[in-house]
Design a binder for this molecule. Structure first.
Ligand code: C2E
Ligand code: MG
Ligand code: MG
Length: 512
């Protein structure tokens, strides 16, 4: 398809070029005079009208054609135009020692920007970013918009198309986009992730392959965090293939019940009693064993099954609470993790209320774990509305991974947080490292002033456990107490734990 289009485009360009050259136009009077000599006034008239008519029609067609090749919102080239140009470059550069680079640029966290600014504001940002990309490239380069907030740039002929050039252009584009955007409501800050592919590094020597490789690099950049740059490499392609096959597998995994909640206990530093369990997702993979979330969360997102994961985790967590209650184990609450995307689901609070009712459990049995980074990076109304609705229902809110990223006291209030989970990075060697002790002590003092409960994550040693108890941290969780375990093992673990704490499990007494 693209090859035929390129051929037609080239023929038309040659014809236009031939007809519109000044040398050709200089023949126009002679042509009309000839028409008059050989055919009289009639032929003179026909010649005089036909030639400008053809030019006019050509111009109109060219205009339409240009519109077809343009993105309506930004006026940049569209994907097809980018591909044609890239294919043209590949053909033209062959044997001349020239090459090209394709770059794909995506605005970071644009869903949040759009949510905050509304459609018109979001379109302004898209147009302005397009202008800024244009301002950051040279006249021989072509900028286009692929979809939504994803742009691409095809560089003109370069003798040395190497990593350095790719990086330099990427940085220039990022810097241009990062300039504050002033809109009516105030300044907006947008960052961009960039992936690029040197033409010779793409899996195949075709326009599609180069642009796709740049998109893969951009996805990899996004995974590394906002504002990153990545260059395409063959290993990246392999990783994508592996992820794609995982994405296909995971849909089946949900159907076959291979996605399961494992549970990690949290205990009081005061009494040693279990204060709750955190539910952590695991994939019981048929050939690769039990996989942790870092190995499959990307596949869950890519396959669009994030909501399904939330449902499975909620169902299994509430089932676990019911079974512990029935068997007489006192587990006050269970903590569930929610990603930013899940927290943007407007149906979330309703679904949780409905499930709690179905299981006949009170909302205080469920704790919503929200990562510090999700809260800090969120200007979204839906996220705060969801958390407020769940808190209003009576669920507790834990601020996960506290201390890393931009901690903000304002967010603690805004998101009705009950407890902070001090990140493992502050806990490691807290018993031997004075600086760690000071940091944890400062966090605990802040929590006390704000009336927040505290839990320390990732306790691995007895020394860390003892020091946190001494510093006044409320609860602890970590491999030092127990690693996450499947539901079947939880009751035996609680039996053993309670016998160590010196208190028999309160069989037959459901929690009050
Ligand atoms: P998180 O909520 O901070 O969970 C704590 C992680 O620390 C868990 O990793 C846990 O296994 C690990 N951990 C616990 N104790 C120790 C320790 O003593 N030492 C060390 N090194 N690690 C410890 P896991 O299970 O791999 O989960 C990783 C992250 O994935 C979680 O971090 C959470 O953010 C996310 N996650 C887990 N399950 C779900 C889920 O169902 N939904 C969503 N959206 N995210 C989930
Ligand atoms: Mg957590
Ligand atoms: Mg954590």
């Amino acid at each position: 398809m693209a090859r035929t289009a390129i051929r037609i485009h080239r023929i038309r360009r040659r014809l236009n070029h031939a007809f519109l050259r000044p040398q050709t136009l200089a023949f126009l009077p002679a042509l009309m005079l000839g028409g008059f000599w050989f055919g009289g006034e009639g032929l003179l008239m026909i010649t005089a009208v036909t030639f400008p008519g053809v030019l006019l029609l050509g111009g109109l067609l060219e205009g339409d054609r240009n519109k077809e090749r343009m993105d309506g919102l930004t006026g940049l080239a569209n994907r097809e135009h980018l591909l044609e140009t890239l294919a043209g470059h590949l053909h033209h550069f062959e044997g001349r020692g020239q090459s090209t680079i394709a770059l794909v640029v995506q605005l970071d966290e644009f869903a949040e920007v759009a949510e905050t600014l509304g459609t018109i504001g979001a379109e302004d940002v898209l147009r302005l970013s397009a202008d800024r990309i244009l301002g950051a490239i040279r006249p021989g380069d072509l900028a286009g918009r692929m979809v939504e907030h994803r742009y691409a740039v095809v560089l003109g002929p370069i003798r040395q198309a190497n990593m350095e050039v790719g990086l330099r252009v990427s940085e220039r584009i990022q810097a241009a986009i990062a300039e504050p955007i002033s809109l009516e409501g105030g300044a907006v800050y947008v960052t961009a992730s960039v992936g690029f592919c040197l033409a010779r590094r793409a899996p195949r020597h075709t326009a599609e392959s180069i642009l796709e490789a740049a998109e893969i690099a951009m996805d990899e950049a996004r995974r590394a965090g906002p504002g990153s740059i990545r260059s395409y490499s063959a290993e990246m392609g392999d990783a994508v293939e592996a992820r794609q096959s995982l994405s296909e597998e995971i849909v089946v995994a949900f159907e076959n019940g291979q996605i399961r909640a494992w549970f990690q206990p949290q205990i009081s530093t005061d009494t040693g009693l279990v204060t709750g369990f955190e539910a952590l997702a695991r994939w019981d993979h048929p050939t690769r064993g039990v996989l942790p979330p870092c190995d499959f969360m990307a596949a869950v997102e890519a396959s669009g099954t994030l909501e399904r994961l939330g449902e499975v985790m909620l169902f299994q967590s509430l089932s676990a609470l019911r079974l512990w209650d029935k068997s007489g184990y006192r587990v006050p609450r269970i903590g569930l993790n929610f990603s930013a995307a899940e927290l943007r689901n407007p149906r979330l609070a309703d679904r949780i209320r409905w499930e709690l009712d179905r299981f006949d459990l009170t909302p205080d049995r469920l704790t919503i774990e929200v990562r510090q980074t999700v809260v800090a990076g969120s200007s979204s109304d839906i996220v705060s509305a969801n958390i407020t609705a769940l808190a209003g229902l009576g669920c507790d809110v834990d601020l996960d991974d506290f201390g890393i990223g931009n901690a903000s006291i304002a967010n603690i209030r805004r998101f009705a947080v009950n407890r902070i989970k001090i990140d493992q990075s502050f806990v490691t060697r807290v018993d031997t490292d004075r600086t760690q002790q000071k940091m944890v002590a400062a966090i605990l003092a802040m929590a006390e002033q704000l009336d927040l409960a505290t839990l320390a994550e990732g306790i691995e040693t007895h020394g860390e456990h003892a020091m946190l108890a001494q510093l006044g941290c409320g609860s602890v969780q970590g491999f030092g107490i127990a690693a996450p375990m499947p539901f079947e093992d939880t009751m035996a673990w609680m039996d053993k734990h309670m016998s160590r704490v010196g208190q028999a499990p309160e069989i037959g007494r459901p929690p009050g």
